[in-house]
Write a protein that binds this ligand. Sequence first.
Ligand SMILES: Cc1ncc(COP(=O)(O)O)c(C=O)c1O
Length: 381
Amino acid sequence: MSSPALARYEAKLAGLQRRGRARALLPQQGVDFTSNDYLGLANAPRVKAAISAAIERGVPAGAGGSRLLRGNHAEHEALEEEAASFFGAGKVLYFGSGYAANAATFSTLPQRDDLIVHDALIHASAHEGISASKALSVAVPHNDVEAFDQAIGRWRQAGGKGHPWIAVESLYSMDGDQAPLTALADIADRHEGFLVVDEAHATGIYGPDGRGLAAGLEGRGNVVVLHTCGKALGVSGALLALPAVLADHLVNRARNFIYSTAPSPLMAAAVREALRMIADEPERRVRLEALISHAGEELRSRLGLSPSGSQILPVMIGDNARALRIAERMRAGGFDVRAIRPPTVPEGTARLRISITLNVDEGQISAMSERLAMAIEEDRA
Ligand SMILES: Cc1ncc(COP(=O)(O)O)c(C=O)c1O
């Protein structure tokens, strides 16, 4: 029965519905053109075997507490040590999710007299941390190197005394394009600032041994890199790679690290195996690259698109309701394609976010592209 207290939520949901912004949980349906399981590791026998082996040697399912209490398991520490050596970082902290790690980073590391300068398109989890931070923050236009530099310059001229923090994604989650990391690292160096790189969609796929697009910057005293484990690594959690003193600061100050049950030690064992796989099985990256280039050609020839060049291929639609309708047609045709709408992406840029993973082959990519060209046409009619 509806009550006035619940009616407020019904009205809000009705408002979302009217604006084409309502969301609902859908089952997995059809061929995967939407997941972030880029290298097909989520279902890989080696990862599952690592979990079985961990169970065999007595690793518990649950951590039983916060890392700062009895929840700190040898599996977490083994993973963090192996990851620090793999990424060439001072220290690595394993978080339960990338969302938690971004929230912890931005709410805890920048200090009151600092400035956070972030790309306009950074992920919601970074915004979560930024809005909880005591530092000032400013957004700059997407991938505009000059704008980062100028925002810091203006802040200094206005009396900014602390250190600037530049926040970007190495490969943008909804656009599939890359950040100009080297130029941004130079700006951070010049202004005695820090560079925070979210590699959520690059780890495992790009850089030497799949170490990401920021591989050449890791280990610097002013660079913090987030490697999430739920995308190309196929499992879950996030590895935050940073100078040891900053890691120790987080262990002492980051509320969502301190006041939260540690991730499952079994998951830590799974992540360790996934990291080994990205180093040992470069053929997965080679295969993905071939699929990306096939998808690019298909989308270019059938839809006249300029592909991003990465495994994330946005097909811009604009209108929310239209994006939803086309995605529905795709699912009805056996292809799991999702519409991405505001506020996840800017107003007026609703899109289909096609992702390419090792869960598909060339034939399925061609069939999906053909169906997509038809679905867009049918929706116009
Ligand atoms: C760019 C980016 N950062 C962080 C996250 C959060 O990572 P997780 O899914 O591990 O919470 C995501 C996932 O949606 C992402 O796309």
